[in-house]
Write a protein that binds this ligand. Structure first.
Ligand SMILES: *[C@@H]1O[C@H](CO)[C@@H](O)[C@H](O)[C@H]1NC(C)=O
Ligand SMILES: *[C@@H]1O[C@H](CO)[C@@H](O)[C@H](O)[C@H]1NC(C)=O
Ligand SMILES: *[C@@H]1O[C@H](CO)[C@@H](O)[C@H](O)[C@H]1NC(C)=O
Length: 419
């Protein structure tokens, strides 16, 4: 039985194609083993640089189980799914690098009181969390002071807000890796640098949205005790001069829960912006509460509550954005938000950081992109002084063409802001 010559030809071609598929397949399996042994199974909020995998070219990483078709269209489609797909067009700004913070921090928090930026706690690495405050003075652009936080205060995922003198720190994660949260809450008197006791939140939360509005401290959303579960609860307590005047009471739950959102009060209204549902959680039975990845869904939604005490939705951010708790300022009736983290890369399934500066005009309720940071960065801490927008700290990208999380930084930068 003899095959026709063109059958011979096509079966040789088939063998060649199968060979190419298996070579690619082995390469991919090897790559994904490398990835799962370091990045995916290890990585919590941050992968220490020494165990990070080398830069992956997203254009040639295929989703597990998918086969590369011998078709031109697929190649074109894969090659064009660039790592930078999520970047939005933005005006260029001129940046000036300032003195770096004394320590790098991820998931740090900040408040600005007049000319001082108070920078709280955060991770130095997944295995080490800070328990101190560093202070930056905008008048001479120097880090000028450092003092400790209370022994029982959370180290990351704080709810934080200031009334201009007292800084309320509500719940958060206590310890490194993906350890549990505390409901313990404290108040810093920034004038005397003393810490005061404050009533514990009714339940522990990770990174709840926190603000002072109409004389009450409001705390809403965040993640529940297991770090991943979405909390919708909304509590408030009357406050004055660093003290509670009554007890925590329930308020209208927020329609979308979750941690890592910007929470802002402006024009007598309470705004909750962006964030996510779900987060890394501790591996069951891990003695060090090793972080392991779970489902996370990002959003760019904007919720607003006014004196009617009802939640209303306003136009969403230009893209989904999370890890922006201290990454905002208010200037000239606009909220300005810098950096963050957005939806997973559709092909590489890696986290994608955000490098844009967004402006939300409180009069027109319109969002725009007003500039780009020197790099993409999440959990960055923003301030505004004398016409300059400042940001410091967080976790930056791996370079202009690689938006996935890289180094934890303490760098500080500023740019002149003009709408
Ligand atoms: C290969 O082709 C099949 C059938 O046309 C399609 O379902 C599949 O998604 C393609 N694979 C890739 C990697 O695009
Ligand atoms: C943004 O978030 C929404 C809600 O979580 C989601 O439905 C949507 O797919 C996200 N956008 C992108 C581009 O993934
Ligand atoms: C805010 O308004 C003042 C007064 O009009 C102006 O001088 C300043 O440049 C504005 N700030 C920004 C960021 O545009």
């Amino acid at each position: 039985m003899a095959n026709k010559p063109d059958h011979h030809h096509s079966s040789r071609r088939l063998i060649l194609v199968l060979y190419l598929i298996s070579v690619l397949g082995i390469g991919f399996v090897a790559a994904s083993l490398l990835v799962s042994s370091s990045k995916f199974s290890f990585s919590g909020v941050w992968v220490p640089p020494e165990i990070q995998t080398t830069n992956f070219d997203s254009r040639i990483v295929l989703k597990k189980g998918k086969q590369l078709n011998d078709s031109k269209d697929d190649h074109v489609r894969l090659l064009s799914s660039s790592a930078t797909f999520a970047d939005l067009p933005a005006p260029e700004l001129e940046w000036e690098q300032m003195q770096s913070a004394p320590v790098p921090r991820l998931d740090g928090y900040s408040v600005q009181i007049n000319n001082l930026l108070y920078v709280f706690s955060g991770y130095a690495s997944l295995d080490y969390v800070h328990s101190h405050v560093d202070v930056f003075d905008f008048t001479d652009n120097k880090w000028c002071e450092r003092f400790d936080t209370p022994k029982d205060m959370a180290n990351s995922h704080l709810g934080i807000v200031t009334d201009g003198r007292y800084v309320y720190v509500v719940s958060g994660q206590y310890g490194p890796q993906c350890r549990g949260p505390t409901s313990r809450s404290f108040v810093l008197d920034s004038v005397t640098k003393t810490w005061l006791e404050f009533p514990s939140l009714p339940a522990p939360r990770y990174a709840p949205a926190t603000q002072i509005w109409r004389g009450r401290l409001h705390v809403m959303g965040g993640s529940k005790e297991n770090r991943n579960g979405v909390a919708f609860d909304h509590w408030s307590i009357a406050v004055k001069d660093g003290k509670a005047l009554d007890e925590w009471r329930e308020e209208v739950p927020i329609p979308r829960g979750g941690p890592h959102r910007a929470c802002v009060v402006a024009n007598d209204k309470l705004f909750v912006i962006g964030g996510q549902e779900g987060d890394f959680m501790a591996k069951p039975n891990s003695p060090i509460f090793k972080c392991s990845r779970r489902r996370e869904i990002f959003n760019g939604e904007v919720y607003m509550m006014d004196k009617e005490m009802k939640w209303k939705m306003l136009p969403p951010m230009p893209k989904n954005n999370s890890h922006i708790e201290s990454a905002w300022i208010i200037v000239n009736n606009s909220i300005v938000i810098v950096g963050g983290t957005t939806d997973w890369h559709p092909v590489t399934k890696r986290l994608v950081l955000v490098g844009e500066i967004f402006r939300f005009q409180l009069d027109t309720l319109a969002w725009s992109v007003i500039g780009r940071l020197p790099y993409r960065v999440k959990t960055t801490l923003a301030g505004f002084w004398n016409g300059y927008l400042y940001f410091t700290s967080g976790q930056r990208d791996r370079g202009p063409d690689n938006p996935q999380p890289g180094k934890v930084i303490g760098e500080m930068w500023r740019t002149k802001l003009k709408f």
